[in-house]
Structure formats: structure tokens, C-alpha cells
Write a protein that binds this ligand. Structure first.
Ligand code: ZN
Length: 380
């Protein structure tokens, strides 16, 4: 049996960024045996001397138990909580979260690479999905930017907000205590929306300036302020009238005729399919970065696996939201075939700001004092 060795895993080696299938500067260095994966061949790079094995390029690297990635994907995206998934698959919550982290990095990589291949031509719709993490004292806004017709999600970001709305005196006191302990970002919604918009415009179609791009949002003042402030790719495009901002009241009927239907639909699906976002859930997220990893896997599932439409008689459509947005079917299929087997390495490609934040777990979890633990093998 021949083992496919795509590149040298040493980030400073000249063979690290070579195209897959062209790396031959390595030699065989024996085997080691594992209970989970059997006999694994080892290799050494003849250029830099780094040793590695076939497992180095597998999504199950370092894992001591059978691979359950596909089972986790199916269960996570259909309303199961982490503990329920772990119970069914015979693994702990920490193990399931670890695997979701690996899956999220692959999903992020596929999304980044696919969105570099083409620019689509449809209008965009953006909105903030409200949920919470840690406790109801830390509501958050998950900004989503999607194609108006295809419902393909181009990018998404997270921001923690200060609790608002009606509260009892005790709750107000508790919020004041939390305010003293936790500094939340100033103008967080604007900053997060700007990140999403800049990234979305960069990867969607604004480089092709022949036709202005239409962006639909609700009437939230923060969205308009981001565009009027003049900072960033999207605001610049707006000032030069290459981006047209249109608004509609958030109270308008949420029908298919509503220009925000794509994001309204996503709101509904997220609320239904991801256990942590279900109303009155007891399975809420405890860590912002874990929450975003689960969201990355879910949105990958939405973009590349879920059929675009269900027919009148209930039959599922044959193409995904990504294909509806104009992305190449072969490219998607090639990636999907290896998504739960091949490990993607961060240093082999360029990533945008939002993908880097998800990959390197850079988002802040409320009341968490230390930075996120990030194994060296994840960042490289
Ligand atoms: Zn090397």
C-alpha cells in the first residue's frame, strides 16, 4: 500500500508549501504500532530532516479512539447537544469538542479556498443573530452575511454585548457587578459588522466593479454608521457608490418576498438546528471559541451539504447552496470527499481575519482570565 505524503510538515522547510502530489524529497523510516490505527509508516524529510508519519496528514492525528467525525457532523447539525452526542458515541464532552475543533478548522479552510475561486453576482443580505454564551448576562450578536438568492453564507462573526431589556433590581445589581469585572468592546457591534462586511465584500464580488453590489440590512443605526465612517473596503465601496445599501424594517413580514429572507431563514434554521441556540435551552455555550467552531461546522453543512431547496412533494434538491451561488461542483465534491479524513495545515495557505480568529481561537470568552490554550500543532 502506498501512503500519500502531500508536503513536509515543517513550516520553515522549502517543501512545506509545495502543491499536493509534487513532494518527493522524503524517505521511509520504519513503522510504529497503534491500537487505534494499526501499523503507521514513518518518514523523514531529506531537505530539513523533520520526521513525520502518515498520521501527520490525517484529521485523526494524535487520536486514540475511532474516528467519529461524520457522526458528529450529522448529530451536531440536527439539534443534539454535546453531552448527548458524547453519550451516543461513547466519548466525553471534551473529546467531542476536540473533534469539532478539528472539523471546524477543515471547514474553515475549505470555505476560504472555495471563496477564492470565483466571485458571484447576487445581492447580499446581512443581519445579527442574537444568542448568548456563558450566561444570559452575556448576550451576543452573530453577524451573518449571505447571498440574497442562494442563501450561501459568505462570512460570520461574533460579538459579546452588554445585557439589555427589562430586569429585576437583583438582576440589575448583578449586571453592575459583572460590568466591574468584565470590559466589553466599545462599539462592538459596529466593529464586528465591519469585519463581516469587509471580508464579505472582499471574498464575494466587489472586486468586479462593473455592477454595483446591493446590500440589504434592517434599519439598525450601527450598520449605517459603519458605511458612513469611511473605514475599510466596504465603506470605501459605499462612498464610491459601488456598494448600494438598502434597508427594510425588521418588523416587516418574514416572508419569501422580504429582501432579508436569506438571513431570516438562517436565523430560523440556527434556532432550530443548533442546540445551544434553541429558546430556553439548558445546553447553552460556555466558551465563545467553541461556540464559533460549532457554528463553522454547521454553516459548512448548510453551505455545502444541505440541498438548496426541498421540492413541493418533499424530495430534496440535487445541488447545494454553494452551487446555487455559482461555485464549482467538482471543487466542492473533491473537498467534501476528504473533509473528515485529511488534515489541513494553517501555514500552507493564507487566511482572512475571521477565519484566523476561528482557527486560532482568538475570540474573548466573558469572565475568562487567561488566553485560550492553543496547541502548537493547531497554529502550525
Ligand atoms: Zn522538510
Amino acid at each position: 500500500m502506498t501512503t500519500f505524503i502531500p508536503f513536509c510538515p515543517n513550516a520553515s522547510c522549502i517543501h512545506h508549501r509545495v502543491p499536493e502530489g509534487t513532494y518527493t524529497a522524503y524517505s521511509f523510516l520504519g513503522y510504529y504500532c497503534t491500537k487505534a490505527h494499526g501499523k503507521i509508516p514513518r518518514f523523514i524529510c531529506s531537505s530539513c530532516g523533520r520526521t513525520f508519519s502518515a498520521q501527520t496528514f490525517s484529521l485523526s492525528y494524535y487520536l486514540k479512539k475511532a474516528e467519529v467525525f461524520a457522526a458528529i457532523d450529522g448529530r451536531l447539525c440536527n439539534g443534539e447537544g454535546i453531552r448527548a452526542i458524547g453519550r451516543e458515541l461513547g466519548q466525553s464532552c471534551a473529546s467531542i469538542s476536540n473533534r469539532i475543533g478539528r472539523m471546524a478548522r477543515n471547514c474553515t479552510a475549505m470555505h476560504e479556498q472555495l471563496t477564492k475561486t470565483a466571485h458571484c453576482t447576487e445581492s447580499l443580505a446581512a443581519d445579527g443573530f442574537e444568542s448568548f454564551c456563558c450566561s444570559q448576562y452575556f448576550p451576543n450578536n452573530i453577524h451573518l452575511l449571505a447571498g440574497r438568492d442562494s442563501q450561501f453564507v459568505f462570512c460570520y462573526d461574533h460579538v459579546t454585548m452588554r445585557r439589555k431589556g427589562r430586569m429585576t433590581e437583583t438582576q440589575k445589581q448583578k449586571r453592575a457587578d459583572i460590568d466591574r469585572k468584565q470590559q466589553l468592546p466599545v462599539r462592538g457591534i459596529e466593529k464586528s459588522f465591519r469585519r463581516v462586511l469587509d471580508e464579505g465584500i472582499r471574498i464575494s464580488h466587489c472586486r468586479d466593479y462593473r455592477k454595483p453590489v446591493e446590500l440589504w440590512t434592517d434599519e439598525k443605526q450601527e450598520y449605517r454608521r459603519v458605511l458612513l465612517r469611511g473605514e475599510g473596503i466596504a465603506a470605501q465601496a459605499y462612498l464610491e457608490r459601488r456598494l448600494i445599501h438598502r434597508t427594510i424594517s425588521s418588523k416587516a413580514a418574514r416572508t419569501r418576498d422580504n429582501p432579508l429572507w436569506a438571513v431570516n431563514y438562517l436565523d430560523r434554521e440556527l434556532r432550530k438546528d443548533l442546540k445551544e441556540h434553541v429558546r430556553q435551552t439548558v445546553c447553552w455555550g460556555r466558551n465563545v471559541n467553541n461556540q464559533m467552531e460549532r457554528l463553522s461546522v454547521y454553516l459548512w453543512h448548510h453551505n455545502y451539504q444541505k440541498p438548496f431547496r426541498i421540492g413541493e412533494r418533499g424530495e430534496e434538491g440535487t445541488h447545494s447552496h454553494a452551487q446555487q451561488a455559482g461555485y464549482d461542483k467538482t471543487f466542492i465534491q473533491e473537498w467534501c470527499q476528504k473533509i473528515w479524513t485529511r488534515r489541513v495545515v494553517f501555514t500552507r495557505s493564507e487566511y482572512g481575519e475571521l477565519a484566523t480568529m476561528t482557527w486560532k481561537r482568538l475570540r474573548m470568552t466573558p469572565l475568562k482570565k487567561s488566553p485560550e490554550y492553543l496547541p502548537l500543532r493547531v497554529a502550525s
